[in-house]
Design a protein. Structure first.
Length: 124
């Protein structure tokens, strides 16, 4: 018998996995597109509350936050050959005392956070 929090995590994972499979099966998108978004209404509702937007200094003219943003990624974020690796390595090798935050999801939460984790681990 496992602790309650482990059981809850396993139930959540199974539900998430089931929802993802169902969404993918009903999706009209061709294979190879990004995976479908999950039901994150709680997060969406919280981050779009006026007092939360004000607390994190989001201007009123900025549209509401969503898990899967509709921005044109390839327009707003052109692909950089090699990513930001050269810039980060340059900053680290400068020997200056720097504090850095590598952040994923400035526009939404559908991001390759594992890729950044692996990149940071490879830096040593």
């Amino acid at each position: 018998n496992q602790p309650a929090h482990v059981q809850q995590s396993q139930r959540s994972f199974r539900l998430s996995e089931t929802n993802t499979k169902n969404n993918m099966m009903s999706s009209k998108r061709p294979i190879g597109d990004a995976p479908p978004c999950e039901d994150d209404r709680t997060l969406i509702n919280y981050l779009n509350r006026p007092e939360v937007r004000q607390a994190i200094h989001i201007p009123n003219e900025v549209k509401q936050w969503d898990v899967c943003s509709e921005i044109g990624y390839y327009i707003q974020y052109p692909e950089l050959v090699g990513g930001l690796s050269p810039q980060i390595i340059l900053l680290i090798s400068s020997k200056r005392h720097l504090t850095m935050l590598v952040y994923n999801g400035d526009v939404d939460t559908v991001c390759n956070f594992l890729g950044n984790e692996w990149f940071m681990n490879d830096l040593g």
